[in-house]
Design a protein around this ligand. Sequence first.
Ligand SMILES: Cc1cc2nc3c(=O)[nH]c(=O)nc-3n(C[C@H](O)[C@H](O)[C@H](O)COP(=O)(O)O)c2cc1C
Length: 326
Amino acid sequence: MTFSIAPMMKWTDQHCRYFHRILTKKAILFTEMISIDAILYGPQHKLLSSNYFDNSTVIQVGGNDPKKLGKVAKILEKYGYSEINLNIGCPSNKVKSGNFGACLMASPQIVSDCVKSIKNNSNLKVSIKCRIGIDDMSSLDLDRFVSITSTAGVKKFIIHARKAILGGLSPKQNREIPPLDYQRVEKLKKENNDLVIILNGGIVSLEAGIKHTRDLNLDGFMMGREAYKNPYILSFADKLIYGDSNGENISRRTVAFKVADYIDQFLFDNNDHLITRHILGLYNNMYCSREWRNNILDKSFFKLKGDKLRFATDKIEKMISLREAA
Ligand SMILES: Cc1cc2nc3c(=O)[nH]c(=O)nc-3n(C[C@H](O)[C@H](O)[C@H](O)COP(=O)(O)O)c2cc1C
């Protein structure tokens, strides 16, 4: 069974992934979606070098042009990526108007050509993140999509277990409605036992993810919002999912101190917020979680860089131990 942290635009950037990697050595990390045009014509090095601390990171791209994807694949290999994930699940208007993302579920032949081009130009593994369908697509259309794209060389599918509604709903609404249908994912795996099928959508704890994966006979699960908002749960992933019991569970304090080291080492010019914005939830569900967030959000607090974060952490830890002693 594998566990992945979902690609999330503006959330799972390189700083966030650094933080997540402190919490779990084994979870599979994904970049945010990067458009292939941004890679080809934009700040390529900046976009692609963000895997410098972790070359197992999967890069997610958005695009629909086989030729360009072939070029991109060559470049990604040079940057040390070994897996490219195609975003076939994003319902946003911007992505839809570029004719990629979820709308490509209706064009499996184009996706297949993209996959073939990546394969012809690189040794990258290709995976797909998609929905169970879009709009009024039938259940058979999902089977067809998976059949055509897997024939082209995709062996791993991450399925957000709800349809995407392309018209009328915002991306945020499209993460809540229509309802989840895990049974559809179970059926897909039953009929494609040779493929790796990963469940995504609505999983709110590692325990629930493990249970769904086992009950539905899947190969793993991916967690998005809960992992981001309540990141400390990630510190249990290596042991719970991979049976890796190396060392004690890392404490919140140690995590925060490692983030402080990162600030001192890598973030200059009062750029601490680039990583501190991702650690707001570190003390979630604890007494004083609000105090923690307030400290982190207080801009004046961070002039002393890492030391201020160490100081804030110790203050919170003291409050917790006083509370526990009372
Ligand atoms: C802020 C945000 C940004 C997202 N950006 C992406 C993205 O870039 N690519 C993608 O495939 N999915 C994206 N998603 C969808 C998630 O990867 C995931 O499929 C979705 O949140 C459902 O999983 P969850 O219920 O565990 O959060 C995003 C979700 C959120 C909340």
